[in-house]
Design a protein around this ligand. Structure first.
Ligand code: NAP
Length: 644
């Protein structure tokens, strides 16, 4: 773990100076946690606690002498370890972990997190995170469990890696010409992640070299490309191959899969197990606006961005102000002649001081070399961008202002964001009136301020909130009769999420078709993963597994794949031919999901969002805290499944 030990000295001179510089650049609170983890010296927590108000680096205000003491002691501990050639971290007991998590988060963290954190601290390699067989599986049993994975994006690659680790044969069919899914497909200007990268990466495959805290598309895509190479997945991947149809053959208990290659030829495959890893945000939704085909210039969706389109000097009209539009607008505003943005409803937008920041070399070094630094940093991000926000999403039935917020914390977050908007647009009450949402914070996806408000104040940018009447050859006409001229149209209008797995046809036992079983827009699954009547079929990023308040979709996939692997272990070791969840387990789970969602922000009537269907049922995103999903997926209860 201490892989640069020979470079370290305690006094900051000579070869050890790289460590000194890194310690200066690293986050003091995270260093403190690494120090306590290594040394077991609890007293540092007491000293630092009053100065840590939250998990983000900018919420830590330790006085410099205390920071220096932490750095000195850590340098000493690491120096000693380097000299002796071994690092012997103390085993943190539950009490210490509880205390460390509370300091890391800047608030009390429930005991539920201890087991998850312990796992994250100890299982830092792929091998330790992989399936453990209870008895060595027979080679013919493994061969018989052949798996077809649909999609080579983030979750398909991960499923492939875990199957490979377990020795289960598999093939990945990918419709695109490359791996990487969403990060391959989206090339619009400004495309990037809004979950910090050191969290948004596989737990076993950290990238210490992210250039920014929030990296852009090329770097993300390269990460997944590298993973495909490093884990030797390419030999299993068939690119340019789109699955059209999959049917479960009860006579053989195998899936018959029909796919179409890029040249139109049809391929037939057979597999014991079918895994859908197709993602949910990849079938563009074009707006249903009269006159769309009449537009005279180029017109395209953000996810189908025309790489040859040169926006410089052009009049561009953009419809939609969600996460995609929010990244496109500020990226092109300074180059276009005019940018006209059509906003149907505003989003809540949060400032983040790190959003445009690069990661210093010292911090990269710390991430790569200081034991436990990355693990504790990830926990801080986990808290700040996911579970730490969960309380703000819950409806307090006694809250006196239910239209504008849900509870005291939700109101606090609202006021924080409102203050930011007011300070950014202090001189523009006309804009302020348009951009401050009237619904509670988190009802729609929260956006991180990408200099959006500054962009709106540019003289060449218009924010139009009048409803669109129709598209005309020369631009967009609004309901007041005004035509907004445009040379090009950009549709930042989102995706066809409600038709999950569309346009594939999946038919399970007894000829049960998944689309008919679900209905047009009401996808459900047990743990987002399995559906009764569809044996040996697993969905990754399935129903109710999306994250809407932040969070890290990779974490959700890691949990889902773990549970899938436990199901496959049961299948292989039992010598049976099929496994599927019991109907009552599926029903009960979805009842719990619905009951939980009824008390969460996403069912609030004050706004629309893409998480719920026509009947108001939230089908796309999870109501659970990540730790709860981790817990539910980390064990296997045979009583919940039927093996045949
Ligand atoms: P989106 O959040 O669904 O936003 C679509 C936008 O288009 C909304 O502003 C919507 O208005 C508007 N719109 C749709 N149809 C319209 C119409 N007929 N007339 C006028 N306006 C219309 O889509 P997205 O921005 O592509 O984002 C989808 C999801 O992808 C995000 O929520 C996020 O999960 C993910 N994403 C993430 C990132 C990132 O990590 N940075 C980047 C991009 C996307 P209404 O709100 O009124 O419906």
């Amino acid at each position: 773990m201490l892989n640069s030990g020979e470079e370290m000295t305690e006094d900051g001179s000579g070869p050890g100076s790289s460590m000194r510089q890194a310690l200066q650049a690293a986050d003091p609170a995270t260093l403190l946690l690494a120090l306590v983890q290594i040394s077991g010296e609890r007293h540092w927590l007491e000293a630092a606690k009053p100065f840590i108000r939250g998990p983000m680096s900018y919420q830590e205000t330790m006085p410099e002498p205390l920071r220096a003491q932490i750095r000195d002691r850590l340098a000493q501990v690491l120096g000693e370890a380097a000299r002796s050639g071994k690092l012997a971290p103390r085993q943190a007991d539950d009490a210490l972990l509880r205390e460390m998590m509370a300091v890391a988060a800047g608030e009390v963290v429930p005991d539920q997190y201890i087991a998850m954190m312990r796992e994250d601290l100890t299982e830092d390699s792929l091998a330790s995170r992989s399936l453990q067989w209870r008895a060595p599986p027979k080679p013919e049993a493994l061969a018989d469990t052949h798996v077809v994975i649909i999609g080579a994006g983030m979750s398909g690659l991960y499923a492939g890696i875990q199957l490979q680790q377990a020795g289960i044969p598999f093939v990945i069919l990918e419709k695109n010409a490359a791996v990487g899914g969403t990060w391959y497909e989206n090339v619009y200007p400004g495309c990037g992640v809004d979950t910090p990268n050191h969290f948004y990466s596989y737990a076993f495959e950290p990238n210490h070299d992210w250039s920014h805290f929030f990296a852009k598309r090329d770097e993300l895509w390269n990460y997944f490309e590298r993973v495909a190479d490093k884990y030797d997945l390419r030999k299993h991947i068939r690119l340019g191959t789109e699955v059209i149809d999959a049917r479960y053959d009860e006579a053989s208990d195998r899936w018959r899969i029909a796919a179409q290659a890029a040249d139109g030829t049809r391929q037939e495959l057979s597999a014991r197990v079918l895994v859908s890893a197709v993602g949910v945000l990849n079938r563009p939704k074009l707006p249903d606006i009269d006159g769309l085909p009449s537009f005279a210039g180029p017109a395209f969706h953000t996810a189908r961005w025309d790489r040859d389109f040169d926006w410089r000097g052009k009049r561009v009209a953009m419809i939609g102000t969600g996460a995609s539009g929010h990244q496109v607008g500020p990226s092109i505003a300074s180059d276009v002649n005019r940018l006209t943005i059509f906003q149907r409803s505003p989003h809540w937008v949060v400032p983040n001081p790190n959003y445009h920041e690069g990661v210093s070399d010292g911090k990269k070094w710390a991430l790569a070399n200081i034991p436990f630094y990355l693990r504790w940093y990830r926990f801080q991000l986990f808290w700040g961008f996911a579970d730490g926000l969960h309380e703000a999403l819950k409806v307090d039935p006694d809250w006196p202002q239910p239209k504008r917020s849900l509870n005291a914390l939700n109101e606090k977050h609202r006021l924080f964001m409102e203050r930011h908007m007011r300070s950014e647009l202090a001189d523009r009450p006309d804009l302020l009136e348009k951009v401050i949402p009237d619904y509670p914070a988190y009802g729609k996806r929260i956006l991180i301020d990408n200099h959006w408000f500054r962009m709106l104040t540019r003289p060449n940018v218009d924010l139009v909130t009048d409803p669109i009447d129709r598209i005309v050859p020369e631009g967009i006409r609004t309901a007041d009769g005004k035509v907004w001229p445009a040379d090009a149209l950009v549709f930042a209008t989102g995706f066809q999420v409600s038709k999950m797995l569309h346009p594939m046809s999946i038919t399970g036992r007894d000829g049960r078709n998944l689309r008919e079983f679900w209905g047009a827009d009401d996808a459900k699954a047990y743990l987002g993963l399995t559906v009764p009547g569809f044996p040996n079929f697993f969905m990754l990023t399935g129903p109710n597994t999306g994250l809407a308040h932040g969070g890290n979709q990779i974490f959700m996939t890691e949990c889902a794949v773990r549970h899938m692997m436990l199901c496959l272990r049961e299948l292989v070791e039992s010598g049976r031919r099929s496994i599927e969840c019991r109907p009552e387990v599926y029903e009960n789970y979805n009842r719990e999901v619905d009951a939980m969602h009824a008390r969460m922000v996403w069912t609030h009537k004050g706004m629309t969002n893409w998480y719920r269907n026509r009947n108001g049922r939230v089908f796309a995103i999870t109501p659970w805290r990540l730790v709860e999903y981790w817990k539910m997926t980390s064990s296997f209860n045979p009583a919940e499944y039927q093996l045949r």
